[in-house]
Design a protein around this ligand. Structure first.
Ligand SMILES: Nc1ncnc2c1ncn2[C@@H]1O[C@H](COP(=O)(O)OP(=O)(O)OP(=O)(O)O)[C@@H](O)[C@H]1O
Ligand SMILES: [Mg+2]
Length: 240
């Protein structure tokens, strides 16, 4: 378990879309400086969970305690100002804007404006390919480069906790490895992270703890090394 008071403490979260209920009371926590994986197959509710935590959709019940405050019902901007930043599924970069314009939009939050210049240099140091392509329209980047841009944009907001929704989706194996290496580096630097993934084996290899979602419920959770050895995980998600 994590420290007495986790950075993010989600309790019995209920959320969905209109009449459609998706999350049926999900609880999970993230300690300061911890990297936690949320795993599960298509339609399990992973994206809905990230959206409900970050305020993109309104939760219908439960609590989202971040840095000691219940942020359930807050707007995404307000949640972002607290330092809880998501990298959305499917990158969602602004295709017609240049790489650097996309990055600068990440620093639009009050918390980030003053440091935009130094953060930009940090992002370019982390992703030299983005520096080389700073004047290129984001829509013409490769899938892997767009994912770098999406992460870079989130970094511009100076996150305390970054939630990544399937960063490896659609990437070639070599890009997947590079992406996981970058995420590991951010964790080493002390960033708190939530990693939503279908890439179960790789995620369990780099995270400390994980939660497995099925049908809007946590069906398994624990330390990643224990989950890697768990027969249910091996059969259902690793195919071994
Ligand atoms: N905007 C929406 N309106 C109605 N239902 C939705 C909406 N978005 C998602 N759903 C439904 O909610 C359920 C959970 O979807 P969600 O996107 O959270 O799954 P996921 O675990 O992220 O899946 P994937 O791995 O495919 O991204 C699915 O049954 C999906 O059809
Ligand atoms: Mg999803």
């Amino acid at each position: 378990m994590t420290a007495a008071r986790p950075l993010l403490d989600v309790r019995d979260l209920v959320a969905g879309y209109g009449q459609i209920s998706v999350l049926a009371g999900v609880s999970f926590e993230v300690g300061e400086g911890e990297m936690v994986a949320i795993l599960g197959g298509n339609g399990a509710g992973k994206t809905t969970l990230i959206r409900a935590v970050s305020g993109v959709i309104r939760s219908a019940g439960g609590r989202v305690i971040f840095s000691g405050r219940d942020i359930a019902g807050w707007t995404t901007d307000r949640v972002g100002e607290e330092g809880l930043i998501q990298v959305p599924e499917g990158r969602q970069v602004f295709a017609s804007l240049e790489v650097e314009e996309n990055l600068r939009l990440g620093a639009i939050l009050r918390r980030a404006r003053a440091n935009a210049k130094s953060e930009l240099e940090r992002v370019y140091a982390l992703f030299p390919r983005l520096a080389e392509r700073r004047r290129q329209a984001a829509g013409t980047l490769s899938g892997g480069e767009q994912q770098m841009l999406a992460i870079g944009r989130a970094l511009m907001a100076r996150p305390v906790l970054m939630m990544l929704d399937e960063p490896s989706l659609g990437l070639a194996p070599i890009m997947v490895d590079a992406m996981f290496e970058t995420i590991t580096q951010l964790a080493r630097e002390g960033m708190s992270l939530v990693l939503v993934e279908q890439n179960v084996a790789e995620s369990l290899a780099i995270c400390k703890r994980a939660y497995v979602l099925e049908n809007g419920k946590v069906v398994l959770s624990g330390r990643c090394d224990a989950l890697l050895a768990d027969d249910r995980v091996r059969q259902a998600y690793l195919g071994i």
